[in-house]
Ligand binder design. Structure first.
Ligand code: GRF
Length: 203
């Protein structure tokens, strides 16, 4: 429903990434925010932070390939090196995912591989788990799969509603996503040829 939509998709992860990138120690600079919907909060947050924005409205494209092709062209135009999907609810084509392999990050509101797909918080409540959380991972062709970069666990409390669990997981997301971005942007973590994470040796 509309309320939940606004509660759960208001660009708060984007905001956490913006804050991270502003730090002098950050290895990442956010050069562009793309939305597939006009007028969303994330675009406003980006503009307020002085970041360029583009809307690529999926409704104006006849196929996923054309939509993804346009996104790819915009990313090239801005010389983007790394893409973070923060509340981006469109499935990207295999061509796009392959091209951006190792440079495409997603956040999901569960401890993957549990509760893939939509309504992850609801799935967790229905399963009766006592712990859930969030996962930042490299995007692979299979939805909500791909090498895991960072996870943070949160408790599931007896009186939790979807909303209260969503809020608790979101707090964890705001730590996990900036953390994962820094790990990848700094080169501390990368995706190996075999699809597994490679950590840079520090000694
Ligand atoms: C987050 O729960 C994220 O895990 C999911 O979409 C939601 C986006 O929230 N992919 P927000 O728009 O960043 O507040």
């Amino acid at each position: 429903d509309i309320t939940r939509f606004f509660i759960c998709f208001s660009g708060t992860n984007l905001q956490a990434l913006i804050e991270q990138a502003k730090r002098p120690s950050s290895s990442a600079e956010i050069v562009l925010v793309i939305s597939n919907r006009p007028g969303v909060e994330g675009l406003r947050r980006a503009s307020l932070a002085g970041i360029q924005t583009r809307v690529v409205d999926h409704k104006l494209y006849g196929s996923r390939a054309e939509f993804d092709g346009t996104i790819d062209r915009v990313l090239a135009e801005f010389r983007v090196e790394l893409v973070c999907l923060a509340g981006f609810m469109r499935i990207l084509t295999g061509t796009f995912v392959k091209k951006w392999s190792g440079r495409l990050l997603n956040i999901h509101p569960s401890l993957l591989p549990s509760f893939k797909g939509v309504n992850a918080q609801k799935q967790a409540l229905q399963a009766g788990v006592r712990v859930s959380g969030c996962t930042v991972h490299f995007v692979a062709e299979e939805v909500d799969a791909g090498a895991i970069i960072v996870q943070e666990a949160v408790p599931v409390l007896p009186d939790d509603t979807e909303e209260s669990l969503c809020d608790r997981i979101r707090q964890a997301e705001h730590r996990a996503f900036p953390g994962a971005l820094e790990l990848v942007a700094s080169g501390a973590v990368r995706l190996g040829e075999d699809g597994h994470i490679l950590w840079k040796e520090t000694c």
